[in-house]
Design a binder for this molecule. Sequence first.
Ligand SMILES: Cc1cc2nc3c(=O)[nH]c(=O)nc-3n(C[C@H](O)[C@H](O)[C@H](O)COP(=O)(O)OP(=O)(O)OC[C@H]3O[C@@H](n4cnc5c(N)ncnc54)[C@H](O)[C@@H]3O)c2cc1C
Length: 472
Amino acid sequence: MTTSAKNQNGAREMVIIGGGPAGLTAAYELAKLGEHPVVLEKRDKVGGLSRTETFKNFHFDMGGHRFFTKAPEVNRMWREVMGKDFLLRPRLSRIYYNNKSFHYPPKPLNALWGLGILQSALVMLSYVRWQLFPFKVEEAFEQWVTNRFGRQLFLTFFKTYTEKVWGIPTSELKAEWAAQRIKDLSLKTAVVSMFLKPGKKLKTLIEEFHYPRLGPGMLWDKVRRNVELRGGHVYLNREVVRIERSGNRITGVVVDGNGQTECIPGTDFISSMPVSEFIKKLDPPPPEPVLRAAQQLWYRDFLTVCLIVNQPNLFPDNWVYVHAPTVRVGRIQNFKNQSPAMVADPQKTSLGLEYFCNEGDDLWSMADTDLVELAKREIATVGLARYQDVEEGCVFRVEKSYLVYDADYRDHLDAVREYLGTLENFQTIGRNGLHRYNNQDHSMLTGMLAVRNMLYGETNDLWNVNADMELS
Ligand SMILES: Cc1cc2nc3c(=O)[nH]c(=O)nc-3n(C[C@H](O)[C@H](O)[C@H](O)COP(=O)(O)OP(=O)(O)OC[C@H]3O[C@@H](n4cnc5c(N)ncnc54)[C@H](O)[C@@H]3O)c2cc1C
């Protein structure tokens, strides 16, 4: 449970690390309740992984952030902040495989038609075989998907792309990731949904989603302004480099920014920075085993090469998963299909070619000009645009975009979690703060619940928040 103390003037000083969805939601809720939180964000813009970057007046989403939630509180906040700028958009996402496009999530008839008679027969036989004799344990991603789709469909539609994303074989990737991301879905449920329950949408199968007119960063810019109008502060370019601790309490954070280093004291602290970094920055440090556990929480990164193409219409998808092993690009976003306002000129199309990598590897370290060249060649190889139509390009690198669920992560995370539970005036929230592979709605819920714990002494367990829950 978090316990707060007042400062010398009898007031509470609430400090939030990170101006992404989790941190800004906490600040928004606090500001609405008349508090004046201070948010410290290391970048020059808010939104975190859900920020929007701009180049030549075109807007680029770092990924393709669809807004979809079952949590009424989150929906309420999105609508309250966005008003008429919250567009309802149709979803089309397909898999590029063997020079053909297939719907994702797989639509049985489309998949069978595209694969041809022989491969389709193999898919069906393989599905029946794995239904009759499934893997008894589902520890790896490969086992989880095979049990639900059969081996043949796993090899066709899941293996190559997933290995591009994670950089490790699907036999080494924990099933937990699949269970969280493609939950409820199997070949059977896809068929049932298509033929028997067309009205009922599974989370993975949604065909419409909301999207801010100028990308997800528009929401977080508006939230920032709202917090500041109510007397809170959101400081950009402020990186928390040290966290000062006295016994079981955090007393302040040391911040680098604008060429200065300063200590910001507080009575209550919320952090959405990666939990491994939070542990590393504690002063005095926590016990050695906790430090070691935190160092073994791993991440995967990605970069997006944004291209401006001199063509008004290239393809109808919001994004395309590229399963072809002949190119390194993993996914291609088509931003004007998210929102027409993402492009500065309707006669042009802006694309985001996503390359999954590790900070410091060959892709990450490649010069921007070489990456743009690679992307131009690969977009032509997959046949979605012509090389000579690409006018301009730029690169955005997104570190710690994915958490790695490897075989030992749960033990390491438990050690970190147990230690953090001893800190009385501190809560960790959000995707990297809880080391949980989540969407914005989950991050936001953890921010909302952290505020309740702080102000009302509730005891919500943030490590076990479920994005499908309703707050009472
Ligand atoms: C490719 C991709 C696609 C996605 N698609 C979707 C989608 O379709 N729908 C959806 O809802 N979600 C999607 N997500 C997930 C969504 O981006 C995250 O759930 C959300 O941004 C997490 O918010 P957060 O505040 O927890 O963390 P973050 O967004 O990571 O924000 C944390 C913030 O803390 C700051 N920070 C870190 N360290 C420090 C420090 N030392 N000092 C100060 N500040 C610091 C960071 O700069 C950042 O701004 C996607 C994510 C990715 C990577």
